[in-house]
Design a protein around this ligand. Structure first.
Ligand code: PLP
Length: 331
């Protein structure tokens, strides 16, 4: 479909056909297409130009909003969910000094080589192989792909405790929205804490969707690092890495003050991106997150309730029409 314009729930193609966008831009447009408060923030920024290099006047405000809504200490911006996950994993490896990461079957974490892995079993040992041609075995050698919401995976994690940098989890896999494993997430939290590995919540989809505080708030589980994207940018490309200072300080060395002897003392890893903190993305993110903050929990309660009603209505229709399909939903 070649899009021509969009408004609210609708997209029109270049032949004038009208569509209801049931995925709302791959999950980006929480407030609808061409939402006036987002359009006006973008138009305002267009008038002022888009300076690449200097900080955007909104970047500190957006970081503060994310910190306030998610409870994370520090916030850093990239250009996509893929970049956010890649950076989160690099920070976890840099901080822990370990290489191995655990990801789970059915999760999607974007398209950088280091997560494009499928599970293997060799003489009872879990491992990983490339998911697609062009991804090298080397890229996934330090990855274990385990079954999600399965107590046996906790045992494998425990067995690799000494070499594990991070457990990366898509709290509710977008491919399996019916899997909502509160207990497993709590067990992962406890175990990763015990073995000093980072718990990374990939909230690129769940973030600012299920609750203003995302899956962390919904499940009552505090991650060490969380990644966000999609909704945050209001349609502009964005990725967010948020987390505890002990990990995020690997970006800039940590906080320091002018005029005293403090300096950014933490050891840093490599981080870059010509377009990171792009002024248009920051202006749109500021508009989106200000709205998320002021609309608050009632917005999400209403949205979740309406979505459940939609699922029930569609399922009732499937049953009545004897169509052997049932849809499942998470918010
Ligand atoms: N993580 C999750 C959970 C996602 O759903 C996605 C994209 O769908 C990504 C990461 C990658 O984000 P992006 O497509 O912005 O690179």
């Amino acid at each position: 479909i070649t899009g021509q314009r969009s408004l609210g729930s609708k997209v029109w193609d270049i032949d004038g056909n009208e569509y209801i966008d049931i995925s709302m831009g791959f999950g980006v447009h929480l407030f609808g297409h061409s939402e006036p408060f987002i359009m006006s923030a973008l138009e305002g920024q267009l008038q002022r130009g888009f300076q690449i290099g200097p900080l955007s006047q909104f970047s500190d405000k957006v970081a503060l909003l994310i910190s306030e809504l998610t409870g994370m200490e520090r916030v850093c911006f990239a250009n996509s969910g893929t970049e956010a996950v890649m950076t989160a994993i690099r920070l976890a490896r840099a901080t822990t000094g370990r290489n191995l990461i655990v990801i789970f079957k059915d999760a999607y974490h974007g398209h950088f080589d280091g997560v494009l892995a499928v599970a293997t079993k060799n003489q009872g040992q879990s491992g990983a192989a490339p998911m697609a041609p062009g991804v090298t075995q080397n890229a996934v050698n330090n990855v274990l792909v385990l079954a999600y919401d399965d107590p046996a995976s906790l045992e494998v994690i425990q067995a690799h405790a000494h070499e594990l940098a991070a457990v990366v989890v898509e709290p509710v896999p977008s491919r399996r929205p019916d899997v909502q494993p509160t207990e497993f997430l709590q067990q992962l939290r406890q175990l990763t804490q015990e073995i000093d590995a980072a718990l990374i919540f990939d909230e690129v989809i769940t973030g600012f969707r299920i609750h203003p505080g995302g899956a962390q708030a919904w499940f009552g589980v505090e991650a060490d690092i969380a990644t966000y994207g999609k909704i945050v940018g209001g349609g502009m490309p964005i990725g967010v890495i948020a987390g505890k200072a002990m990990y995020l300080d690997g970006i800039d060395g940590g906080s320091w003050n002018y005029g005293d002897e403090s300096y950014p003392a933490a050891e840093t890893t490599f981080f870059a991106g010509t377009f990171s903190r792009n002024p248009l993305a920051m202006a749109a993110a500021h508009a989106v997150l200000s709205e998320v903050k002021s609309a608050g929990l009632p917005l999400y309660q209403r949205l979740n309730q309406r979505t459940t009603e939609l699922a029930q209505t569609v399922n009732a229709f499937f049953t009545a029409a004897e169509v052997p399909i049932q849809i499942v939903n998470f918010g």
